[in-house]
Each structure stands twice: as C-alpha cells, then as structure tokens.
Write a protein that binds this ligand. Structure first.
Ligand code: KG4
Ligand code: ZN
Length: 335
C-alpha cells in the first residue's frame, strides 16, 4: 500500500510551523520558527506582532519542510491546518496559506483543533491505547480529555480561570523573570524547598475542573506583604511552593480521573508538559498503577509544532473529514 503523507500547518500563537508526517506516526519533516524573542520585551505575546511574523515566515517554513522531506507539494495527500482555538489573526495566516496550497494544487484540506494536536503529539511517540485520558497543560489551556476512540474528545475537566502555563507566566513576572516564565520557575523550584503554604483549589468533590487564579493571587500577595514588611522572600522558595501546589492538583486529579474512567493510557500534552516537577510527580504517581501506561512526549513535541497537527489530520483524513475553501480561523473553537 501507498504511504499516506500529510502536511501540517500551525500558526495559532507564536510559532510558525510546518511538518510532514507519514502514515500518521512518522515525522518526515518538522520545522518550527519561534517568535519568542520578538515578544519577550513586551512580557507576553502581542497578537499583531505574531500575525506579521507568521506572514513573513509561513512560506519560508513551508519550503524548508519540503526541502527536509525531499518532496514536492504534489506528493502530499492532504493538508491539515490548525483552525482554532488561538489568536484569530495568527490562525488566519495558516488557514489562508493552507487554502491557497490546497486550491492551487488540488489537495484535500482538513481543519484541525489545536488541542487535539497537542494530544496527538503522543501518537508520534507510541500507538494510542483506548480508552485514554490526556492531561493538556499549556499557556492557553488546562484540560483533562477522555478519548474512547480516535477523533472522539470528551472534556471531563477544564480550568475555570487561568491556564496552568498562564499562572506560571504571571508568577514569573511577579518575580521579574523573563517571558515565558514557566521554564524559569521550573529551574528555580529545583533550587528551593516548598516551605510556603499556598492554596490548592480542589473545587467540589469529584470535580475534575481546575482553578489557578487564587494561587496566583496568593503568590502575588505573599511577595507584596513581604515587601511591605521590608522583607524579601527567597524566589526559589516561592517558586518551589508555587510549583508544589500546581503539580499536586494536576497529578491528584489526573490519577483520580484515570482510575474512575479505567483508562489504559494517560498522555501528557502541551507546553507545561516540559515541567520537570510535573513529569517527575506523574511518573512517580503512575509507577504504582500497573494497568495504566503513562506517555510523556519529548519536549520538542510538547510545545507548539505542526507534526502534531499533521498527526490529527492523518486520522481525520482517513475518517473522511474534508474542509472546503470556506474554512476560517476560529479563536474559540470547541474540541
Ligand atoms: O503549548 P505551548 O507551547 O503554547 C500554548 O499553546 O499555549 O505552551 C506554552 C506555555 C507557556 O506558558 C510556558 O511558560 C509553559 O508552557 N512552559 C512551562 C515550562 N516550559 C514551558 N511551564 C512550566 N514549566 C516548564 N518547564
Ligand atoms: Zn499549544
């Protein structure tokens, strides 16, 4: 049988990415152009700057991916593109590039949900074993997603306020650390002990929802109160205490949900999956649960990339999903 080749395009936030994936699981090319340097001095992603970068980069990144794969666009079976959620101006660049390519070369087009992409990054590591649970933790999302088969996503819990990565970035800003702050807090956390008692938002018993805004405020108040006393709290102690609270809630709820839903696999996904404390705590928690396989992708597949979009596109294309040229960017798209 002929190999299936999917070209993925991702421009939902601050990475312009194009990848080619063979048979849904094998990365043939994976190119990511990050804009972090341009957004750093503003302390966060500036939507208009993101869109301009995507316009400049998208064809360059596309050509580089085809060059890496030693392929011509006419070898591609379908083009998968992130249609949402994300920054609408940023999404539109990828969606329009994908539509232009699909139209000019008469290639099927498949719109993909960004979070489905993060989950399917795991399929580039190992085959999925259903039913499964995915903990998606990124700058924009914190969700527990249950899947009983390919293409079926049931959100069983989500954040009611800040996403985990957003909380990391805001706490980092309070400590005057550069954007994005997650990796800096993670590094600091390993230099300190979690001596400050910070809140953990368990919410109602049995709820798999999350809330991080109370924790974020508690950290900010702790810093300000200390300043007012003329005191300074050791940043590594604060980082360790904050991380302990986030990781405790994420891991406890994931373990509970994995047991209740009797899943075969737990897949970690999203940029915060790079967190060393989270990876270690999840690994420890699931080492005692012999019937559940924990999958943690390499860092390059946890942060935004287009291989994960092509991986979802492969399944959707196989299932017969086709988008037409009315495909639009949708900032608030539901999974
Ligand atoms: O998935 P991602 O690349 O983009 C979104 O779709 O949001 O996630 C980016 C987020 C940022 O908030 C960043 O601070 C966080 O992931 N992050 C981390 C770590 N590395 C990245 N958070 C905690 N610890 C890390 N090591
Ligand atoms: Zn993402």
């Amino acid at each position: 049988e002929k190999d299936q080749l999917i070209l993925g395009i991702e421009t939902s936030c601050d990475e312009t990415a194009v990848a080619i994936v063979k048979n849904g699981r094998e990365i043939v090319a994976n190119v990511v152009s990050s804009q972090i340097e341009s957004h750093k001095r503003f302390g966060g992603v500036v939507p208009e700057i993101a869109s301009r970068h995507h316009v400049e980069q998208v064809t360059i990144v596309l050509e580089e991916a085809l060059r890496q794969a030693k392929m011509d666009i006419d070898n591609i079976d379908a083009i998968a593109v992130t249609e949402g959620p994300g920054l609408v101006g940023a999404l539109l660049i990828g969606v329009n590039a994908a539509k232009a390519l699909a139209f000019a070369h008469d290639i099927p087009l498949v719109g993909v949900h960004h979070i489905a992409g993060h989950i399917y990054a795991n399929r580039l590591v190992t085959e999925m074993a259903f039913p499964l649970l995915s903990l998606v933790v990124s700058g924009g999302h914190t969700e527990l997603v249950y899947m009983k088969e390919h293409g079926h996503f049931e959100v069983i819990g989500e954040t009611r306020d800040d996403a985990a990565g957003e909380a990391y970035d805001k706490v980092a800003r309070t400590l005057s650390l550069p954007y994005p702050g997650g990796p800096h807090i993670d590094r600091l956390a390993h230099e300190g002990t979690p001596d400050i008692d910070l809140p953990r938002a368990w919410l109602e018993p049995g709820s798999y929802d999350f809330s991080f805004s109370g924790l974020k405020s508690a950290v900010i108040n702790t810093v300000h109160n200390a300043e007012q006393r003329g005191d300074k709290i050791a940043p590594e102690v604060l980082a360790a205490s904050f991380q302990a609270s986030v990781v405790d809630v994420l891991v406890t709820k994931t373990v509970q949900a994995a047991k209740e839903y009797k899943v075969n696999q737990v897949l970690l996904a999203g940029g915060v999956a790079a967190n060393k404390g989270l990876r270690a705590a999840l690994t420890a928690a699931f080492s005692g649960l012999k019937d559940v396989e924990l999958v943690i992708p390499p860092l390059s597949l946890c942060t935004d990339n287009a291989a994960m979009i092509a991986a979802v596109g492969s399944i959707l294309y196989e299932k017969g999903k086709r988008s037409d040229l009315t495909l639009n960017g949708n900032a608030g798209l539901d999974i």
